[in-house]
Design a protein around this ligand. Structure first.
Ligand code: PMP
Length: 439
């Protein structure tokens, strides 16, 4: 689908054509291809602070921040400097290093984990956490929620089976039934469904994994006490509670989503997965948790897990520098900018007569173009109008704001989103709302 634009896109279009000849769909992660919104995906040449510059020279306020990692903004001078120093010392040794120890200590100081193991992607983190949960409990069944994304792990690319407590079916070709037949998929925020599945599979559930606050169906906050209920239900049934904080970790708040509910409600997950912010824009992720559970991992215990680039010194240096700079002031700034933008988005949509719901958790938020009163689960999120969002997205892009090219995503800000960046967004919103109204 082509869309009219007054901005130059010839260089992006030419690269996209070359890319499609050598890469499936022209991209290395599907959402980048703009399939959901149409038009030419912008190939990015550089980024600084809150701004992206594409290969045609267009500038955009970045509201995806690499899908979360760039908490401090792009090309932060201190992160750049520490990374440059690290690069000068060599880029990978396959032997332990000091930055890994320091980053693990920093994570353990901010999140409810006693031990941390580094990996290279969020997918690896959740895949490994599930293997460890199964190895620790000696059980096989995994429970997840529809609309929660945990990376492209075979057993988690699953869709709900025919009944509530029945086993899942593959969510994509290429995943064999044998990979999802030990997965149960439930509606999010549904306590009765959780109770039912534990009642129907006594002694078989190794773990329940959930996004600490889902961001991958748009932001759907856990209802008050929901995570606490999940933790308690798992504990009562001898299963592990795996909290996926790949997106929310060090992003929703300084202490992640756990800082917004667990720390206050007084519960702890058994395992937590991390990624994005803790890698400072490099391929790094982690999983961690209770010492007795983590000690089952090789080489201390029998559950195998490994990685050539795990704990890479450049990635851990970037992550460590980012976390050390991610002070209370950074979160307060991002929270205030997020509040300004989500209020303005709601006002603009109301003025244009577009049905919408704006939801947030900490500094993360989403704008759903739907007439449901609140989005509690994936079925609610699925009521979002795709054509209205596509029109909204393109009007924002035209006016210099790069939103997620999909209606089911969080909008991400950074410490570098200053008055100029925020006012560019505010100026664009009424036009985008009117475009959505006439879609
Ligand atoms: N878990 C969550 C909550 C995520 O948001 C993501 C990525 N969006 C992942 C896991 C997978 O991470 P990665 O893309 O690094 O494999």
């Amino acid at each position: 689908m082509t869309r009219p634009t007054t901005r130059p896109t010839a260089a992006s279009a030419a690269l996209f054509e070359r890319a499609r000849a050598v890469t499936p769909g022209g991209v290395n992660s599907p959402v980048r291809a703009f399939n959901a919104v149409g038009g030419t995906p912008r190939f990015i040449r550089s980024a600084a602070g809150a701004w992206l510059t594409d290969v045609d020279g267009n500038e955009y306020v970045d509201l995806i921040c690499s899908w979360g990692p760039m908490l401090l903004g792009h090309a932060h001078p201190e992160v750049q400097a520490r990374v440059a120093e690290a690069v000068a010392r060599g880029t990978s040794y396959g032997a332990p290093t000091e930055p890994e120890v320091e980053l693990a200590e920093e994570i353990a100081a901010r999140a409810p984990v006693e031990r941390v193991r580094f990996v290279s992607s969020g997918t690896e983190a959740t895949m490994s956490a599930i293997r460890l949960a199964r190895g620790f409990t000696g059980r096989d069944v995994v429970v997840k929620f529809a609309g929660c994304y945990h990376g492209h792990v075979d057993s988690l690319l699953a869709s709900a089976g025919s009944g509530l407590a029945t086993f899942a079916v593959p969510g994509t070709p290429g995943v064999p039934t044998s990979s999802t037949e030990l997965t149960v998929v439930l509606p999010y925020n549904d306590r009765a469904a959780v109770e039912k599945v534990f009642a129907e599979h006594p002694g078989r559930i190794a773990c329940l994994i959930t996004e600490a606050a889902p961001g991958n169906m748009g932001v759907v906050p856990p209802e008050p006490g929901f995570n606490e209920f999940l933790a308690a239900t798992c504990r009562a049934n001898g299963a592990l509670f795996v909290s996926d904080e790949v997106m929310t970790g060090f992003r929703a708040s300084r202490f992640g989503q756990w800082g917004l509910d667990g720390a206050l409600e007084g519960w702890r997950p058994d395992l937590v997965t991390f990624g994005k912010v803790m890698g400072g824009g490099f391929p790094a992720a982690a999983f961690g948790g209770r010492a007795d559970v983590m000690s089952r991992l090789a080489p201390e215990g029998p559950v195998y897990q490994a990685g050539t680039l795990s704990g890479n010194p450049i990635a851990t240096t970037a992550g460590l520098t980012t976390l050390r700079l991610a002070t209370d002031e950074v979160y307060a700034h991002i929270g205030a900018a997020a509040e300004t933008i989500r209020t303005a988005a709601a006002d603009a949509l109301t003025a244009a007569g577009v049905a919408h719901v704006v939801q947030s958790t900490g500094t993360m938020f989403s704008v759903f173009l739907t007439d449901v009163a609140a989005v509690r689960d994936f079925d609610d999120a699925s009521t979002t109008s795709a054509p209205a969002y596509a029109a909204f997205f393109h009007e924002m892009l035209e006016r210099g704001v790069y939103l997620p090219p999909s209606a089911y995503e969080a909008w991400f800000l950074s410490a570098a989103h200053d008055d100029r960046a925020v006012s560019t967004v505010l100026d664009a919103l009424p036009h985008a709302a009117r475009a959505a109204a006439s879609a």
